[in-house]
Design a protein around this ligand. Structure first.
Ligand SMILES: Cc1ncc(COP(=O)(O)O)c(C=O)c1O
Length: 301
């Protein structure tokens, strides 16, 4: 599947952007400043979007990017998001710098969304929440924090497979990353046995990356009782859980249910890091660069 998607995206790039790419390469070659810049790999998912746009089939459906669409396949803006934008616009807010850690009220609201309004950890103010540039920014900042300051084994263990940017970010930071078993291709389900076996062999003190819900790219999540087993295994192995929650509400339609794993781990006494994104569930993909307040990195204990 991954190979087929890659092939398709390469094909699309060839068909659509060949002139542009050749133009850029020529420019690069003639520049003494940038002659060492290498062409990056094609983005598989964006390649699918390009293929979708070109396809003339009336029944086409784009499953490449997780975004809301109306019955006509057009982008759908959530009424709540529209309303919030109107409120913000009417307030005529200034465009001054936010505090270095982000807007306090925003950080509090997103922390409650993740950990629950009744979270003891929040009530006791044991969390440290900062605003970042979307979910990718939160991952980057969290992992960079680990790369610089983590006192134990700075090795990040990721599910196999995982979102392509997880290993990329570690590579940029020169953080060792390895994989534990997650997806069972035979059952198309979660490989609990394989995951538990692998977790028991991860060096004590290492970091384990967990997709909180709607695992990307498989869509396969552990059941609540499986999360409970994972939590215990991770605790006995003294691993540090780093959650990536990019789809809260997308998996079951219930934001509280989708936060189950994160809340369970906190209740079980884990210290966790959580990278949160609102690009998908709020349908605010294009805004992430402009406002930079779609996501959050939490360092909770
Ligand atoms: C698992 C996962 N984490 C993080 C992100 C990044 O989210 P954002 O678009 O907010 O940077 C994505 C986006 O596709 C994702 O799938």
């Amino acid at each position: 599947m991954a190979q087929a998607l890659k092939k398709l995206s390469v094909q699309v790039l060839k068909n659509n952007n060949v002139d542009q790419i050749i133009g850029c390469s020529a420019l690069r070659a003639s520049s003494t400043w940038w002659c060492n810049v290498e062409m990056g790999p094609p983005d598989v998912i964006l390649g699918i979007s390009e293929a979708y746009k070109k396809d003339t089939n009336e029944k086409k459906v784009n499953l490449g990017v997780g975004a809301y669409r109306d019955d006509n396949g057009k982008p759908f803006i959530l009424p709540s998001v529209q309303k919030a934008e109107e409120v913000i616009f009417k307030k005529k807010l200034n465009h001054e710098y936010a505090p270095i850690g982000g807007e306090a009220a925003y950080c509090q609201a997103v922390a409650e969304l993740a950990f629950g309004c009744d979270s003891v950890m929040l009530k006791e103010k044991r969390n440290c929440t900062v605003q970042t540039l979307s979910g990718t920014g939160a991952l980057r900042l969290g992992l960079e924090f680990i790369a610089k300051h983590y006192a134990k084994v700075p090795e990040v263990w990721m599910p196999a497979p995982t979102w392509g940017n997880h290993p990329q970010i570690c590579n940029m930071l020169k953080l060792t990353h390895k994989q534990y078993r997650y997806y069972d291709a035979k059952t198309h389900g979660f490989d609990l046995k394989g995951a538990l076996e692998d977790i028991c062999k991860i060096p004590e003190g290492a970091i384990i990356l967990l997709h909180a819900c709607a695992h990307n790219p498989t869509g396969v999540d552990p059941k609540p009782e499986e999360w409970a087993q994972l939590s215990q295994a991770i605790k006995s192995r003294k691993l540090f859980p780093f959650f990536d929650m990019a789809y809260q509400g997308f998996a079951t339609g219930d934001v509280d249910h989708d936060a189950l794993a994160v809340r369970r781990f906190v209740q079980d006494g884990h210290q966790v890091t959580l990278a949160q994104s609102f690009a998908k569930n709020m349908g605010k993909k294009e805004r992430r660069i402009i406002v930079g307040n779609d996501a959050i990195l939490k360092l909770a204990n």
